[in-house]
Design a protein around this ligand. Structure first.
Ligand SMILES: [Zn+2]
Length: 319
């Protein structure tokens, strides 16, 4: 099995995703829809990954579907798996167990067919407590990255960061752990700046300078709207771009689906079809996208659509 760098050199790497919204639709993950309950104790999480220890078979099944669709990478479901975020859903004391179990499950399914990436996202501390909590966020992210390294991930996907400052500490922690990292920011409410005021071009430059092996965007926008972000980043760095768009339609005045009233309970009303992902896969090469996957709203059908766009045959046999 080639490593990530070798795969990127060989062509567009097809990833997977998304996990949490798909698993929420299947009844296994809490969306935090009853928002007043979020963070009040066990079972009051908001898209937290305790499914890795509570219903591993459901997670294994989704991994199998992605491999069958053509994913060359499986992300361990460790998104929102810092102790900080897990504390809020009542699973803080299971932080080690959840991260280890998620990596083990992904590895079991991946075998020698796919690499395993640890998924690391923002802590949500900056959004709640402001920039003075950056040191605390850095400690939590550093802890999770050490756990993922111990569990044996091949590389990291640092994703859905709203503040470049928090992405910076995550990339520094990845470097300390000696793990290659794909780094993608999420832009909201508009695609022109991240939450601490940096343009996509500035984000790309900083992430590349901090050692990311691919930089880009994930979540919040559909492929078409994300393209503007990616093209701006393309002009700022020569390393491969990474794109994991959402499968939800946004509006001219709000470019982020999580800020639309349809989130989280009416998402089907803004779902876009997989046809857009066939087209996006078809343009990946010419747009300089080296890492391609899906985020919220995508499932294996959308990954298969990307594979089709890339001109890759679907796997003939179920995994
Ligand atoms: Zn997403």
């Amino acid at each position: 099995m080639k490593n990530l760098i070798e795969l990127l050199q060989a062509g567009v790497v097809l990833g997977d995703g998304g996990y949490l919204i798909e698993l929420e639709r299947r009844g296994h993950v809490d969306s935090g829809s009853g928002r007043e309950k979020v963070g009040t104790g066990r079972g009051s999480g908001q898209f937290t990954p305790e499914i890795a220890i509570e219903n591993p078979e459901a997670l294994r099944e989704l991994h199998r579907e992605f491999v069958h669709a053509g994913s060359q990478v499986l992300q361990a479901l460790t998104f929102f798996g810092t102790r900080e975020k897990l504390n809020r859903s009542g699973y803080g004391s299971d932080t080690e167990r959840i991260n280890a179990a998620a990596v083990k499950l992904a590895r079991e399914v991946a075998g020698d067919r796919a690499l395993v990436a640890g998924s690391v996202s923002r802590t949500q501390l900056i959004e709640r407590e402001g920039m003075e909590s950056l040191g605390k966020a850095s400690d939590h992210i550093g802890e999770q990255i050490r756990l993922l390294k111990d569990a044996g991930v091949d590389f990291l996907i640092l994703e859905t960061f709203f503040h470049l400052a928090e992405m910076r500490v995550a990339l520094e922690a990845a470097a300390r752990a000696g793990l290659p990292a794909v780094a993608t920011m999420s832009f909201r409410p508009l695609v022109d700046r991240c939450s601490d005021g940096h343009t996509p071009a500035e984000c790309a430059r900083v992430m590349a300078d901090l050692g990311a092996v691919a930089v880009g965007a994930n979540c919040e926008q559909d492929p078409q709207r994300m393209l503007a972000v990616l093209r701006e980043m393309r002009g700022a760095t020569r390393i491969p771009l990474a794109a994991q768009p959402a499968a939800f339609r946004t509006t001219e005045i709000c470019h982020s689906f999580t800020r639309l009233p349809a989130f989280p309970d009416d998402l089907e009303t803004i779902q876009i079809s997989r046809r857009h992902f066939v087209e996006f896969g078809g343009m990946a090469q010419t747009e300089g996208i080296g890492y391609l996957g899906g985020c919220c709203g995508c499932n294996a059908a959308y990954i298969r659509a990307l594979a089709t766009g890339l001109g890759r045959p679907a796997h003939s046999k179920p995994v």
